[in-house]
Design a protein around this ligand. Structure first.
Ligand SMILES: Cc1cc2nc3c(=O)[nH]c(=O)nc-3n(C[C@H](O)[C@H](O)[C@H](O)COP(=O)(O)O)c2cc1C
Length: 210
């Protein structure tokens, strides 16, 4: 089998990290690049990503995540926080960024602006938040694959109280909310989960070729 698939077989949702092993800044940059390069609907990237190394902050977060050990024992904790609503300012900031990077006048993007105004900006705040939250999972998926490529372990996690996380991290006042988190680092030799066989649907059950 090719390396990419082998690496996906190698990865697993790590239950116990080796807290003595830290991700180097070079490797961390590569993982963050995989998040930065993630695709998103309209390219808007309606989220921010927090990289938490601070042990004190993680100690505060742990009880709000069912005391899961990964929160404090992993090398870093990544928090994907989605925008809870999308405003005209967000759209304008995005268009300005396109204009700057592609060196085109922002007026040339008026058609695209109208499209965003007629779709994303028409949604209720709840719909915008749900849409933004979905985008974070694409970034999470990229992180999982990239980390496997570099033989770095990850535990993707939904087992936490988003409201409490938002409070501790001061996200609400920034118009953000915790969507999903990922503990990243290196597996402990003692983690029995690494020896468990992968449980996945059979191809016939999963795929429909039409
Ligand atoms: C969005 C998401 C949330 C998850 N939440 C948790 C979690 O809170 N704690 C945990 O130990 N594992 C969590 N997992 C890990 C899954 O249980 C695991 O990915 C799944 O059982 C497949 O196993 P594998 O990733 O080891 O191949 C989560 C996975 C995903 C994708």
């Amino acid at each position: 089998m090719d390396t990419y698939i082998n690496n996906l077989e190698w990865r697993y949702a790590t239950k116990k990290f080796d807290s003595t092993k830290k991700i180097s800044s070079e490797d961390l940059e590569k993982l963050l690049k995989s998040i930065q390069l993630s695709a998103s609907s309209y390219g808007m990237q309606p989220y921010e990503v927090l990289i938490i190394k601070d042990p004190e902050v993680r100690k505060k977060l742990q009880p709000e995540a069912f005391n899961q050990s990964q929160i404090t024992e992993a090398s870093h904790l990544i928090v994907f926080a989605n925008l809870t609503s999308i405003s005209e300012e967000h759209v304008d900031a995005y268009l300005d960024n396109i204009s700057k990077i592609r060196e085109i006048q922002v007026e040339k993007l008026n058609g695209f602006k109208d499209m965003l105004a007629n779709t994303v900006l028409q949604q209720s705040k709840e719909e915008q938040s749900a849409w933004a939250e979905k985008q974070t999972y694409i970034a999470l998926g990229n992180l999982l694959s990239a980390a496997a490529n570099y033989k770095i372990d990850v535990c993707p996690m939904e087992g936490f109280d988003a409201g409490k996380f938002d409070e501790i991290l001061g996200l609400k006042e920034k118009g953000l909310s915790t969507a999903v988190i990922a503990a990243i680092g290196y597996r402990s030799e003692e983690d029995v989960a690494q020896h468990a066989k992968k449980v996945r649907k059979q191809k016939e059950e999963l795929f429909q070729h039409i």
